[in-house]
Design a binder for this molecule. Sequence first.
Ligand code: RFL
Ligand code: PHB
Length: 390
Amino acid sequence: MRTRVAVIGSGPSGLLLGQLLTHAGIDNVILDRASKEYILGRVRAGVLEEGTVRLMDEAHSGARMHAEGLPHDGFSLAFDGRDHRIDLVGLTGGKRVTIYGQTELTHDLMDHREKAGALSIYEAADVTPCDFEGHAPYVTYEKDGVTHRIDCDFIAGCDGFHGVSRRSVPDRAIRTFEKVYPFGWLGILADVPPVSHELIYANHPRGFALCSMRSTSRSRYYIQCSLDERIDEWTDQRFWDELRRRLPAHHADRMATGPSFEKSIAPLRSFVAEPMRFNRLFLVGDAAHIVPPTGAKGLNLAASDVHYLFEALLEHYQDRSNSGLDSYSAKALARVWKAVRFSWWMTTMMHRFPDTSDFDQKIQEAELDYLTHSRAAATALAENYVGLPF
Ligand code: RFL
Ligand code: PHB
């Protein structure tokens, strides 16, 4: 088989890139080792920046997101028993975010891809990017006991942090930067109305908590937990009790609770691989970088990578220019590092670290106090939260 762009990974990065390419008439094939059902069963991001919303529209896949997504004009920082609202719209001159689950976004992109008749191969085993350092790259994979080969012009490595693309690059050609945080997030989904119509990020002596949502009747809540925590020791009741303790009383008292239908622990890490291009192989999204979820940036960074790569491929095929391809890595990384910084900063400000000294604690309190009393500081937070332009 031959295609122009072989896309490894059918997460948001691969699907969004595939959809943009298909609409531009650039032939592509998506390969994923998982099944469609497995991918749709993963619960992840919930906050979309305006740039991500715009890209979904460009990919002709935004209709349901506009109908069902919830525009949010601000969020709360809770600490010391109080709430402080960050007025995103007021501080950024009119920018907001949209609450729409990654699961829904993935669903929409898969549906539109199917309708457009573009090829996705799920449950492809041993996917291997080959000869990308030369002029004639190809990808091999196994399906139903048979080895297949797809020849292509370019390979897009959209296969997430644990994917094969980044691992296929020789060690000498890649540099990685990593910070692992000494805690995780225990998250649940429950069909109860959210405690507040906006998100609440809470800093509490017992640890961080986040009140988010998927809709007006479905809540997504997280609490900071230690890394050796066992999920089966967290009954719903224990989770609700712990979450309530970490919120200001006026929220805790009115929080609706009920059975959860998803519960999982995610570790927190910052990770960047440089560069993001290896001749005809391009890394996109989580394959190249990971951020802790505190700033809600992971999915949105994947979208900005896709934007840069799509524009570069368009320029290559329509204008016969490689300048976009040549600048992809530098352009993407400039935005990536700013989001890595923001996610690290917000994580550091909102969590309790096991080794926090009295000095560190006072600095954290001063940071929160500054944010809530300085319009300049709140503006810097808001500008990053709604997403730097791309
Ligand atoms: P994905 O979504 O991981 O998709 C990669 C796809 O590649 C496939 N794959 C392979 N296919 C073929 N061969 C291989 N060897 C393969 N290895 C892997 C996988 O099956 C998968 O389908 O990466 P992508 O597309 O770059 O998208 C990135 C986002 O998923 C990610 O940044 C966000 O979900 C991160 N994230 C969050 N981001 C936010 O913006 N806001 C959030 O609130 C937020 N919460 C989260 C998160 C990530 C989480 N986890 C577990 C990683 C919460 C969690 C729990
Ligand atoms: C979520 O709804 O899953 C969510 C929202 C905001 C974050 C992280 C996760 O910062």
